[in-house]
Ligand binder design. Structure first.
Ligand code: KMH
Ligand code: ZN
Length: 288
């Protein structure tokens, strides 16, 4: 097992906050959450409202005509094009997809030429399912991101994924663009809990090559994780992929409502939302 750094700073001095919106995900049915954006028009509308509210990047899962999660390449290409035309957001496609997606389909996502893609650093229990990310797949996907000049966002669902990130960077070098951005996905049943203790443990264990990190709290851990992340110098990911309840007994109105709240928290923390241009510099995303 690679040695974890204990010297990575928990708090860094940052002027602004990267807010990523994850509007759809692969798990929730439209019938269970009517404001969930599942058509291309709904997605673009949600993206535009989220950008206005302070988001700089969008983490995208798409649906087919029946509302089921899909990795259909033509739809992914249309989605990337429409988001580029309609917004200034950094477009990050999910390579995680749904737990039922094949490795082949997940690799093919990069053919849609996104600015960024998610790259999960290991297998994790995912509710009653298993989200499979064996090491050879992780390496294959990582190699492909470099070949295609796509900036990966490393998704860390567990402390073991942090160790795997050490291993990847030490053995295979830096990603395209030279920046290392990761997202702590906390509170998934089967992954690390959405607690301050887990967040601090994960952040302290990050490899020294990491240049920025954000955190996401699933379900009711959304707020404590956001507050802890801001206090520890991190960035934020929010959205209906992760959270469907805004407050006790109050369903989320739409994705922009979650982005607005994140922007308010970031502003209170004296680190207001960064623009998409600033985020492109932070992540060193290629202009396409
Ligand atoms: N839908 C989950 C199985 C990602 O987007 O890369 C995987 C996920 C992670 O959402
Ligand atoms: Zn996702």
């Amino acid at each position: 097992m690679p040695t974890m750094s204990t010297t990575a700073p928990v708090t860094t001095s940052l002027a602004s906050t990267l807010i990523t919106v994850a509007p759809t995900g692969a798990e929730t049915a439209k019938a269970d959450a009517p404001p969930l954006p599942i058509t291309l028009d709904e997605l673009v509308e949600a993206a535009q409202a989220s950008e206005k509210a302070g988001a700089a990047m969008i983490h995208v899962h798409i649906r087919d005509a029946a509302g089921r999660p899909t990795l259909d390449l033509a739809r992914l290409r249309d989605t990337v094009r429409a988001l580029r035309e309609g917004t200034g957001l950094i477009v990050q496609l999910s390579t995680g997809g749904a737990v039922t997606d094949s490795y082949e389909d997940r690799l093919r996502v990069l053919d849609a030429q996104p600015d960024s893609c998610s790259l999960t650093m290991g297998t994790v229990n995912f509710g009653d399912d298993v989200f499979l990310n064996p090491w050879p797949f992780v390496v294959q996907l990582y190699d492909l991101t470099r070949e295609r000049s796509v900036v990966p966002e490393f998704e860390l669902f567990d402390l073991g994924h942090v160790a795997a990130l050490h291993r990847l960077l030490d053995k295979h070098g830096l990603p395209f663009g030279g920046r290392v951005h990761c997202d702590l996905v906390m509170g998934v049943p089967g992954g690390m809990p959405g607690t301050i203790q887990a967040l601090v443990a994960a952040v302290q264990a990050l490899p020294p090559q990491v240049t920025s990190w954000s955190a996401t709290g699933v379900g009711r851990t959304a707020l404590p994780v956001a507050l802890a992340a801001l206090a520890a110098g991190g960035h934020l990911r929010v959205g209906m992929e992760d959270t469907l309840t805004f407050a006790k007994g109050q369903p989320v109105r739409d994705n922009a409502q979650l982005v607005e709240r994140a922007a308010q928290l970031a502003t209170i923390a004296q680190r207001p939302p960064m623009s998409p241009e600033e985020a492109r510099t932070l992540l060193n995303v290629r202009v396409r």
